[in-house]
Design a protein around this ligand. Structure first.
Ligand SMILES: [Zn+2]
Ligand SMILES: [Zn+2]
Length: 338
């Protein structure tokens, strides 16, 4: 079963509905996880997700990586060839990913430089940033108000202390918004520099690997699908959804077999004891390169069954004689979690 279907099954089991809100060329569109609403998306970005259970909104997320674009416009009857493994079939068969290599065709990861707005959003929408900003505004206001009151009144009575208190609160509230933007302006160059460093690391990694565009896409697609298989599998029963926030580091740990460690920020949505929690985690995963199943020639959509020698139609996923599962062409497999 493809990872997308596993997630759907899990949502059904917990009776949770995810409403995804997308912006597609300035139009707001919706896709619901139970298929009750599925707008066509040409080239959209996710701007929000809502997690519902029995008509109650349990959680809402509004920060998404705007570098990832989505398309869900499918002429189901049209035929296509998978760019990753060569498998050819009706587009319908590719709806939840290529049945052979599991490459997803709904999602595209754009260039990293486009992401500075995303990083900015990540920082300024954080609760800790808002609290710190308010504290700074509060401290500065209390200082100004105290100096003013102490200088204008000859003696310091309780009434003056009250004036200091009320004045501080009022002025700090007035200051909050200007401070919010001022702090962001101060922070932004730092964020940009940090992200530029990460971009350089990513470029250096691609250079070391000697990868062209297609290999890069293959890599991102494959590791995404490996993660989906893992998180919607048996070990992580509480995960009902996750979104990539950022890739932050790459490291080649061995050459033969080729192993790569990737550090990324992922926001996990978990469901446990009738509650939905959301948490951004920085995790490092090790992916191993394996060329286990053969690449298909364009137009080829059948394999020889490794058990009985019959033929396996890739779209069916298993041998029609003996039931042996079709080999998986996923090139990058998740090796271990740290
Ligand atoms: Zn494929
Ligand atoms: Zn067979």
């Amino acid at each position: 079963m493809v990872a997308e279907e596993k997630q759907e099954q899990r949502l059904k089991e917990y009776n949770i509905l995810i409403k995804t809100i997308l912006k597609d060329q300035e139009t707001i569109k919706y896709r619901y996880s139970d298929h009750s609403k599925e707008d066509n998306i040409e080239n959209g970005i996710i701007i929000g997700k809502e997690y519902w259970k029995e008509n109650t909104l349990l959680k809402k997320e509004s920060i998404f990586d705007s570098r990832i674009t989505y398309s869900y416009e499918w002429n189901k009857e049209e035929r296509m060839t998978c760019k990753n493994c060569g498998n050819t079939g009706k587009k319908e068969e590719f709806m939840t990913g290529c049945p052979y290599c599991h490459t997803s065709y709904n999602m595209e990861y754009q260039k990293k430089e486009l992401g500075s707005k995303h990083y900015y959003d990540l920082v300024v929408k954080k609760r800790s940033y808002q609290i710190t900003t308010y504290l700074i505004a509060f401290l500065i206001s209390s200082l100004l108000v105290s100096i003013y009151i102490i200088n204008t009144s000859r003696t310091l009575y309780a009434f003056d202390l009250l004036k200091i208190g009320v004045g501080t609160v009022l002025i700090s509230l007035l200051c909050y918004l200007p401070f919010y933007y001022l702090d962001a302006m101060i922070l932004l160059p730092g964020i940009k520099r940090k992200k530029e460093k990460e971009n350089e690391k990513q470029e250096a990694f691609f250079k070391e690997m000697n990868w062209q565009e297609q290999e890069k896409n293959k890599f991102f697609n494959n590791i995404q699908s490996a993660l989906r298989t893992y998180y919607y599998g048996e070990q992580e029963k509480e995960v009902i959804d996750f979104d990539m926030m950022d890739y932050t580091d790459y490291k080649v740990v061995s050459k033969t077999p080729l192993r790569v460690e990737v550090t990324m920020d992922i926001r996990f949505i978990r469901y446990d004891k009738e509650k939905i929690t959301s948490k951004i985690e920085k995790n490092t995963y090790c992916f191993r390169y394996q060329a286990s199943a053969k690449e298909l020639k364009p137009g080829e959509n059948e394999l020889t069954c490794p058990s009985c020698g019959g033929s396996i139609k890739i779209a069916e996923g298993k041998c029609s004689y003996c039931g042996t599962k079709a080999p998986n062409y996923a090139v990058w497999v998740l090796e271990k979690r740290e």
